[in-house]
Design a protein around this ligand. Structure first.
Ligand code: GRF
Length: 194
């Protein structure tokens, strides 16, 4: 059973989708830790409800990214974490964690990368008046949403779509694609998510 840590900053709907898939035996992994940089984030409440250990920190209490990442790394080593899964973590991962978890940090982004990286990808797609957008799961490197792509799913943008309506459909895709992709990466060969 692979041990994973989820990093999140917000609502945690993807966190919940992953927890549910693990509880249903679809992903063979254990969430050993939730790392969160916002003490009042809904994802912290969700983790507590599921009895998942949490490590909450405030970046402003540290001198640098390297300082808080060193502390996070200690917690990850303590829990024997093998993979880091980013689910709405609103910070760039720095050298400390990238080096320690090379090729083992995964992220989900609400666009068809390399289009619309960074903040407000859904708003960016609407403003660009493209006909379709989507969701990307990718490995994390030092750039902003630039690492090797693992999986993508497309979605059409409807003429009357608002940011809210499109976001709802994107989230629905994310909640299916992220668990499916994690199952492929983490489960022993031949164990699918069906
Ligand atoms: C998702 O849209 C994800 O693609 C992006 O941040 C959002 C997190 O949403 N990286 P939630 O907190 O999982 O609901």
């Amino acid at each position: 059973m692979k041990k994973i840590a989820i990093f999140a900053s917000g609502s945690g709907s993807n966190f919940k989708a992953i927890v549910d898939s693990i509880n249903q035996g679809k992903i063979q992994a254990e969430i050993s830790l939730l790392v969160c940089d916002k003490s009042n984030a809904k994802v912290v409440t969700r983790a507590k409800q599921e009895n998942i250990p949490t490590f909450v920190f405030a970046a402003k209490d540290f001198k640098s990214k390297a300082d808080y990442e060193k502390l996070i790394l200690e917690k990850l080593v303590e829990q024997q974490v093998e993979f880091i899964v980013l689910a709405g973590y609103m910070r760039l991962i720095g050298g400390t964690l990238l080096h320690a978890f090379e090729g083992k940090i995964i992220n989900i982004h609400p666009s068809l990368l390399p289009h619309f990286p960074g903040l407000d990808a859904v708003g960016q797609a609407l403003a660009a008046r493209v006909k379709e957008t989507g969701v990307t799961v990718h490995f994390v490197d030092e750039g902003m949403d630039t690492g090797p792509i693992i999986a993508q799913r497309r979605i059409g943008i409807l003429p009357n779509d608002t940011k809210e309506s499109l976001e709802i459909r994107i989230h629905t895709i994310e909640h299916a694609l992220y668990p499916e992709t994690l199952a492929t990466l983490l489960n022993p060969k031949g164990v699918g998510i069906e």
